[in-house]
Design a protein around this ligand. Structure first.
Ligand code: SF4
Length: 431
């Protein structure tokens, strides 16, 4: 009998990606095959997002598009957009299930009507070679523009021992890199009474598992303490710190309800660079927040330049119904928000080029993930540089030293030394 086939897609944050990996393990445990085209599936699942008006619009239109591409399939809409607009989601053509966040981990049981034992995660079971692990959910902060804390609820953490065991299991099944993720990852352990909870978790994972590379996703600046920063002295912790700035003006940070000033933010960045000089500092910036003057915006450009970020995610402010910011005076016209975003992105591209150029000629370990249609292998350094290589060797899910060469757009070309598999060894080689 032909196996049932499921197509899984995820919009939005890394936590959604981590949850979709776990959904895949449950569907395979329930006897499904995960397929990579909706046309080939009897069941299509979209893990939705509603962080911005654009993300909500995208979730809705993607469900319509998936229904048109796979009219034969039953659709399940899952997650944040369902939390925000359950009735609308349920009313869309082909949508059989509209499952909010609170029930997300029961999706497979709700869809199949069976209790399911998931199979272990393995590289590529759904979409990623790297293992995304959700360890923290919800948020207790109160940024005025944010709908996520409304959709995801209060902060909750997966117990430390359980997380260490999960990472050990992922490594046993082939993970070369584990990415810890959450809604407010830096708040990990607050609800468990742990002091510097994330630092404790990172320390335990690096001590009690053999994971070759551990990466942390977004951490709010007010959650980065000395204990956490010290973890970056460990060669198996990827040298990347994603630190959302949102605005480079203290006046706007106050209006956003962000618990940080530009001076405090800069102090965290400086401290991180003392411990790991080549660390990649990546960030999120919002332009056109209500009340943002030309002077505020220019101050933001100056601050971003001074911080020498290595990658910027830039979003024009978008009102989210139900948030305090949506009612703030001093609206900035949408065209101005977009124009400021374009200037900020251009600055971000220059800073990213400058960072990439620092690595030309150096040899770094690269985790190779997949080949593109042109046969080029795509890989990632621990400093979050995207690398390309051409070789007849199968590089999938291997950490290999690569001499980084010329830049091509957002990539660096690399020469790979397939003889030296570094799955277990550490750090940059100088040879
Ligand atoms: S820290 Fe702020 S932006 Fe992040 S999830 Fe919490 S409220 Fe939202």
């Amino acid at each position: 009998m032909q196996k049932r086939r499921v197509y899984l897609e995820s919009i939005g944050c890394r936590l959604n990606a981590a949850e979709s990996e776990i959904l895949a393990c449950h569907f395979v445990g329930a006897g499904y095959t995960v397929v990579h085209r909706p046309e080939d599936a009897e069941l299509v699942v979209l893990n939705t997002c509603a962080v911005t008006a654009e993300a909500a619009r995208k979730s809705r239109s993607r469900l319509r598009a998936l229904q048109r591409r796979s009219p034969q399939a039953a659709l399940a809409a899952v997650g944040c957009w369902v939390e925000f607009a359950a009735e609308t989601a349920q009313s869309l053509p082909g949508v059989r299930w509209a499952i909010p966040n609170a029930d997300k981990d029961r999706t497979v049981a709700l869809v199949t009507g069976e209790s399911v034992t998931p199979v272990p995660w393995s590289p590529g079971i759904w979409s990623h070679t790297r293992a995304f692990v959700g360890v923290q959910y919800g948020c207790d902060s109160a940024c005025t523009y944010c709908i996520t804390r409304v959709l995801r609820g209060p902060g909750r953490s997966q117990p430390l021992a359980e997380t260490v065991a999960q990472v050990r299991d992922f490594v046993r099944h082939g993970a070369q890199e584990v990415v810890l993720t959450g809604v407010s990852l830096g708040a990990y352990g607050h609800d468990l009474g742990l002091k510097s909870g994330l630092a404790q978790l990172v320390e335990a994972i690096l001590r009690d598992t053999d994971v070759p590379r551990l990466r942390l996703s977004s951490i709010e600046p007010w959650d980065v303490d000395a204990a956490l920063l010290q973890q970056w002295a460990h060669p198996r912790l990827c040298r990347q710190l994603h630190l959302p700035l949102q605005a480079g003006s203290d006046a706007i940070l106050r209006r956003m309800g962000r618990r940080v000033t530009t001076a405090e933010f800069a102090a965290v960045v400086d401290h991180a660079r003392v411990i790991a000089p080549d660390i990649a500092i990546t960030t999120d910036v919002m332009t056109g927040f209500p009340g943002e003057t030309v002077a505020d915006f220019e101050a933001g450009l100056d601050f971003v330049t001074r911080m020498e970020f290595t990658r910027l995610h830039v979003f024009p402010f978008s009102e989210r119904e139900g948030t305090p910011a949506a009612r703030l005076p001093g609206r900035v016209p949408k065209a101005v928000r977009a124009a400021r975003a374009a200037r900020m992105r251009a600055l971000g591209a220059r800073l990213a080029d400058a960072y990439r150029a620092r690595f030309v000629g150096r040899v770094l370990p690269v985790l190779w993930e997949q080949q593109d249609r042109l046969g080029r292998w795509h890989g990632l350094t621990d400093t979050y540089l995207e690398v390309l290589a051409e070789t007849s060797e199968n590089l999938h899910n291997r950490i290999l030293p690569a001499r980084l060469g010329s830049m091509m757009g957002v990539y660096l070309w690399a020469e790979v030394d397939p003889a030296t598999d570094m799955g277990t060894s550490e750090g940059e080689t100088t040879s």
